[in-house]
Design a protein around this ligand. Structure first.
Ligand SMILES: C[S@@+](CC[C@H](N)C(=O)[O-])C[C@H]1O[C@@H](n2cnc3c(N)ncnc32)[C@H](O)[C@@H]1O
Length: 314
């Protein structure tokens, strides 16, 4: 994984224009801890909104999944994180005597260790099989093995993909699933900039710390020599299209080395880190229109900030 990290950094920072780093590298131990802090910030409504869906509308989710009590299910969660939302669904399924196992997939081994310990304590009877993998790679292993599958892709993780990448991802996901398998897709809905932008630029600076932690990670793991004081966190939200973007901005002309590689930054040059797409029904329909997946149900929180779409493979 270190070699891949290094290659991605060299590729993304050697560019003359449009420098970029993949956001999946946010999640080292400190990144995981900072993300959990972000989910508790007053400005970060996303987790609270989806938590409300998983706590208060668990019965609606289970009804929408239309489960067969005689079948065995694999519940696969892509980018599982800390599992604090999923536990409500898992508990209801255990209490409903459904036959299933839970397979969290995450690129962060710390996140997987955390979720396994958390679920062992909360639901000792639950069968859990963590998988340390990039979820794009995990899709390849899902082969149609005969178990009915329910895929969870929560927290608007899909929003980190462009619409074309999301279509490709859902298409590939569909080809690894059997007819009738389900997907629970959690997405952040389009809304006013005044609500969205502070979620990526909180007053306490935790999100800034989360983004800039990537510089520390590169220094520690790859031996780069980024100076933290030379860069700031710079998010934007394009309300017309519905996309938030996170950048790191270079405050001065400077260069950074990685072994024999030297990356030059102009004053005010941006390094793109992450897109966070916001959705409405039209965007979701557009993405699904080029896949074998259809939209069966939509469950929202009471503010209509967030939606979990229940989708089905045809
Ligand atoms: C923003 S957090 C969301 C966690 C959880 N789904 C939620 O809704 O709270 C993203 C999680 O996905 C994981 N992740 C990000 N990119 C990934 C990838 N390409 N493959 C596997 N896991 C990934 C991260 O390690 C992190 O735990």
């Amino acid at each position: 994984m270190l070699e891949e990290f290094k290659n991605d950094v060299i590729e993304g920072l050697s560019r003359i224009t449009n420098k970029a780093l993949p956001s999946k590298y946010f999640y080292d131990k400190r990144g995981d801890d900072l993300f959990v802090k972000i989910t508790q910030l007053p400005e970060y409504y996303l987790t609270r909104a989806e938590m409300e869906i998983f706590q208060k509308r668990t019965a609606d989710i289970i009804a929408a999944l239309d489960l067969d009590s005689k079948k065995r299910y694999s519940l696969v969660e892509l980018g599982a994180g800390d599992g604090t939302k999923t536990v409500h669904l898992l508990r209801a399924l255990v209490e409903g005597n459904f036959d299933f196992e839970y397979l969290p997939v995450d690129i962060s081994s710390d996140a997987l260790d955390g979720i396994a310990a958390f679920l062992n304590a909360e639901l000792p009877a639950l069968a859990i099989k963590p998988s340390h993998s990039d979820y794009f790679k995990a899709l390849e292993n899902f082969k149609q093995d005969g178990t009915a599958k329910i895929i969870l892709f929560l927290g608007s993780n899909i929003g980190n993909l462009t619409d074309d990448q999301a279509t490709e991802f859902i298409y590939r996901l569909g080809s690894s699933l059997g007819v009738g398998d389900k997907i629970i897709l959690g997405v952040d809905l389009k809304k006013a900039k005044e609500i969205i932008l502070p979620a990526y630029n909180d007053q306490q600076g935790v999100t800034a710390e989360f983004n800039l932690n990537l510089l520390d990670r590169m220094n520690r793991e790859l031996g780069t020599n980024f100076k933290r004081t030379g860069f700031i966190h710079a998010p934007i939200y394009d309300e017309e299209v519905g996309i938030a973007k996170s950048y790191i901005k270079s405050l001065q002309r400077q260069s950074v080395t990685l072994g024999r590689h030297r990356f030059s930054f102009a004053k005010d040059e941006l390094i793109h880190l992450e897109v966070s797409r916001k959705y409405d029904d039209d965007v979701v329909k557009q993405i699904l229109s080029r896949t074998d997946i259809t939209w069966e149900h939509k469950i929202t929180d009471s503010n209509n900030f967030f939606a979990d779409y229940i989708l089905q493979r045809n």
